[in-house]
Write a protein that binds this ligand. Structure first.
Ligand code: SAM
Length: 461
């Protein structure tokens, strides 16, 4: 056993059977996915028992070569993380305001979005800019309009005191849960880093706590096994604040470990006991505080303008949702957003670094309107706004590689592309070829051998 692994084993001996855990970490990890039920039907695959749309796969396919992976029809997510559904689903009986504070690449955000009722709003934040861009791509592809992406430090949200019903803090951690996925992770692990992480986790909780509404729920999770980053952080936090740690009902057959230390409950996923990777979740309820109210003088956004209703006519027909507002950014791109959340969007845009909001609709060039590629993935795209063509696997991969396509017998002009009943994008057919506006930063970068494309079988709607 190498030295780091030995020190790690000693550090978790009081938490679980260290030898059994280390043996499990030497085995292959399980692949799991969660389907987007707005885009795919239920699958005949073994289910993740704590998540309605979660499934285990027997092996790990090359997802990059599956068009439905790119179109947000499912998300590849580690099964243990899907457990947050057990906390969010029972709360989702009314529209909720949710902040996913450490959100990239978007696993928990897309799950939360699938659980939230109509009229909810989710802010997905990521402090690292490049990761915020990936988060934004994944959320545009997932297709839900009621979502904003920001790139901020936790303390920047201070202007939203008492606003959120739910805050998810999936905290940056020492990454012990990654030992099975990434063999290098063990060499980067050290007890000093565990101490450093636990201090940062406590600071994040303190920074964001004022933003939780009274009686609101904070989900605190990590993918580590030690106590310092889990129960110790939560226990210290609830003992220093007017907060309570809550229990989550479990089924015996899930083999999830409930632990309690100094008033902090935690729900632990150990790979030698539970079918998933390392994960720990605690639920903290806020007992005090006052609710957010909008300032009397609302902020005016600088990075975009709201379109007056007479200017929205060409965009309205592209969106099937009622009660939306359209705004145009400095790059002449038009986005749709729920009217109910318009005021808070303006406040957020004034105080935060806004990366994305709502549904991308169109780009305006003089009096020409080109559909934005992200519109094709939206639940709210008014199907049939453009003629559609169903393409085969090879053509779909050419599309995601941003290559020009040849579409025989298709009409000229903008065409919606579909693959396997899923909307994947738009191209502009000019006759002998179709121009491809797929965003360069989203493209498939790998070399593809088109003679050996794997065909994944999905139950579609
Ligand atoms: N929730 C994500 C998901 O389910 O896909 C995974 C989040 S990952 C465990 C933790 C995230 O916290 C990383 O994206 C990281 O960039 C971010 N992070 C790092 N330092 C942070 C800090 N000081 N405050 C807030 N977030 C931070």
């Amino acid at each position: 056993m190498n030295e780091s692994l030995h020190t790690f084993a000693q550090s978790i001996a009081s938490v679980t059977d260290a030898e059994a855990l280390i043996n499990a970490l030497q085995t292959e990890r399980q692949t799991s996915i969660r389907i987007n039920s707005k885009k795919l039907g239920q699958q005949e695959l073994p289910s993740v028992p704590w998540c309605k749309n979660g499934y285990y796969l027997e092996d790990r396919p090359l997802f990059t070569l599956d068009p439905l992976f790119h179109s947000g029809a499912y998300y590849v997510q580690e099964a243990s993380s899907m457990f947050i559904e057990q906390v969010i689903a029972p709360l989702a009986t009314r529209p909720l305001r949710v902040l996913d504070l450490c959100a990239a690449p978007g696993g928990k955000t897309t799950l939360a979005l699938s659980l939230l009722p109509e009229g909810s709003l989710l802010i997905a934040n990521e402090v690292i800019k490049s990761r915020a861009q990936i988060l934004s791509e994944n959320l545009i592809k997932w297709g839900n309009m009621d979502c904003i992406v920001t790139n901020n430090d936790p303390k920047d949200f201070d202007f939203l005191r008492g606003f959120f019903d739910i805050i998810i803090v999936d905290a940056p951690c020492s990454g012990e849960g990654m030992f099975r996925k990434d063999s290098n992770a063990i060499n980067e692990w050290s007890p000093e880093n565990v101490d450093l992480c636990s201090k940062r986790q406590l600071r994040i909780l303190y920074d964001i706590w004022p933003c939780l509404a009274p009686n609101g729920t904070l989900l605190y999770s990590t993918c580590t096994f030690n106590e310092k980053e889990n129960e110790d952080v939560v226990a210290r936090f609830i003992n220093e604040n007017d907060a309570t740690c809550e229990q989550i009902p479990l089924k015996d057959e899930w083999n999830i470990t409930e632990r309690k230390k100094d008033g902090a409950y935690s729900y632990r996923f150990f790979p030698h006991l539970t079918k998933g990777e390392g994960f720990s979740l605690s639920v903290i309820r806020k007992n005090e505080g006052s609710e957010y109210s909008l300032p009397k003088k609302l902020s005016q956004p600088k990075s975009f303008s709201i379109l007056s209703s007479k200017n929205t006519v060409p965009f309205k027909s592209l969106i099937k949702k009622e009660d939306v507002v359209f705004f145009e950014d400095k790059q002449n791109k038009v986005w749709a957003f729920a009217e109910d959340h318009q005021k808070i969007l303006c406040e957020i845009a004034a105080h935060c670094s806004l990366i994305h909001a709502g549904t991308p609709v169109a780009e305006v060039f003089g009096n020409k309107i080109n559909p934005l590629p992200g519109l094709a993935f939206s639940y709210n795209y008014a199907d049939n706004s453009f003629p559609s063509v169903t393409v085969d696997l090879e053509t779909a991969i050419h599309y995601f590689k941003k290559e020009p396509l040849v579409l025989d017998n298709a009409p000229k002009g903008w065409i919606q592309l579909k693959y396997n009943n899923s909307s994947i994008g738009f191209v502009k057919n000019i006759g002998n070829r179709a121009n491809n506006p797929y965003p360069a930063e989203w493209t498939i970068k790998m070399n593809v051998d088109y003679s050996r494309l794997p065909q994944m079988k999905w139950n579609i709607h």
